[in-house]
Design a protein around this ligand. Structure first.
Ligand code: C2E
Ligand code: CA
Ligand code: CA
Ligand code: CA
Length: 277
C-alpha cells in the first residue's frame, strides 16, 4: 500500500479514484514548482475608504503549471498542506512579498503588504524564523507587513496560536482576522486575540444593497471593531452600491474587483502609480 509523508514521488494504484490520483500527481508537480519558478504572487490593492488612495496590497499566490496553465490557490494550497509542502511554499511567499515590497519602497510607493497564513503554517516551529529571514534579507520595515489569519487557527491549539500571535504582534507585525463572520466564536476570539484588523467576509459584502439584514450585520461588525480599536477592511467589493454603503458605514479600507483584480507586480506598479497620483 502507500505511505504518505516524505515520499517525493507519486505512484498509482488501479483502485485509486480519479481525485486521489490527481492529488498525487499535483503534489508531485508542486514539489518542483518552487525550483522551476512556476509560482508567482499576484497583488490586489486595498483602498482607503475616505481618500480612495491605495493603502496596500494583498499577496495572492498563483501557479503557472507547465501543462495545466494558471492554477488558483484554492486548488493547490490544500494539496501543499496535505503533503507537507506548505512550509516551503509559505516561506517562498513571505520572501517574495518582502522582496517586492522593498522594490516598491525604492520606487517611492508607500504601501503595506498582506500575506495569508493557513492554520497549519501558524503551527510550524520555523514560522518566526522564516518571517525574520524575509524581513531582514529585504530590509523592510516589519510594520509594513500584515499577516492574514482566519478564526480557525484558534480551534485546534488555542494557547499555542495565542503565543505565536502575541510574539508576532510584539514584533510590530500587523495581524488581520480574515473571512470574519464565517466561523463561530468570533466574539470570544476578538476579545482574547492580539489582532489589529478584521476583514469582513465577501459573503456579507455581496448582499449589501439587496439585504437590509446584511447591512445591519456589517454595521454591527464595524461598530464593534471600532470600539475595540480595530481597523475594518471589506473584501469582495464589486459594485458602486456596495462601496457607497461601506463608506457610509465608516469601513476603513475596501478591496475587490470594483477597484482591481489581483494582478502581477509590474501591472500593480503601473496601476498604483496611475491611480495614486
Ligand atoms: P482570501 O484570503 O479570502 O482571498 C480573497 C480571494 O477573493 C482571492 O481569491 C481573491 O482573488 C478573491 N477576490 C478578490 N476580490 C474579489 C471580488 O471582488 N469578488 C470575488 N468574487 N472574489 C474576489 P484567490 O486569489 O483565488 O485566493 C483564494 C484563497 O487562497 C485566499 O482567500 C487565501 O485563503 C488562499 N491563498 C491565496 N494566496 C495564498 C498564499 O500565498 N498563502 C496561503 N496560505 N493562502 C493563500
Ligand atoms: Ca486573505
Ligand atoms: Ca478573505
Ligand atoms: Ca475568503
Amino acid at each position: 500500500a502507500k505511505r504518505a509523508g516524505g515520499s517525493t514521488f507519486a505512484f498509482f494504484e488501479p483502485s485509486m479514484d480519479h481525485d486521489a490520483r490527481e492529488q498525487l500527481q499535483l503534489q508531485h508537480d508542486l514539489r518542483s514548482a518552487l525550483d522551476r519558478h512556476e509560482l508567482e504572487l499576484y497583488y490586489q490593492p486595498k483602498i482607503d475608504g475616505y481618500s480612495s488612495q491605495i493603502t496596500g496590497v494583498e499577496a495572492l499566490v498563483r501557479w503557472h503549471h507547465p501543462t495545466r496553465g494558471l492554477m488558483m490557490p484554492g486548488v493547490f494550497i490544500p494539496i501543499a498542506e496535505r503533503f507537507g509542502l506548505i512550509g516551503a511554499l509559505g516561506g517562498w511567499v513571505l520572501d517574495e512579498a518582502c522582496r517586492q515590497l522593498q522594490i516598491w519602497q525604492n520606487q517611492g510607493l508607500r504601501m503595506r503588504v498582506s500575506v495569508n497564513l493557513t492554520p497549519q503554517q501558524l503551527q510550524q516551529d520555523d514560522l518566526m524564523d522564516r518571517i525574520h529571514r524575509a524581513v531582514t534579507r529585504h530590509k523592510i520595515d516589519r510594520r509594513l507587513l500584515t499577516l492574514e489569519i482566519t478564526e480557525s487557527v484558534f480551534m485546534q491549539n488555542k494557547d499555542a496560536a495565542l503565543r505565536v500571535l502575541t510574539r508576532l504582534a510584539q514584533d510590530g507585525i500587523t495581524l488581520s482576522l480574515d473571512d470574519f463572520g464565517t466561523e463561530y466564536s468570533s466574539y470570544a476570539v476578538l476579545s482574547e486575540m492580539p489582532v489589529h484588523q478584521l476583514k469582513i467576509d465577501r459573503h456579507f459584502v455581496m448582499k449589501l444593497g439587496t439585504s437590509l439584514k446584511a447591512e445591519a450585520i456589517v454595521d454591527g461588525i464595524i461598530h464593534m471593531a471600532h470600539a475595540l480599536n480595530l481597523r475594518v477592511v471589506a473584501e469582495g467589493v464589486e459594485t458602486e452600491e456596495q462601496r457607497d454603503t461601506l463608506v457610509r458605514l465608516a469601513c476603513d479600507e475596501l478591496q475587490g474587483y470594483l477597484f482591481a483584480k489581483p494582478m502581477p507586480a509590474d501591472r500593480l506598479t503601473l496601476w498604483a502609480m496611475g491611480d495614486d497620483t
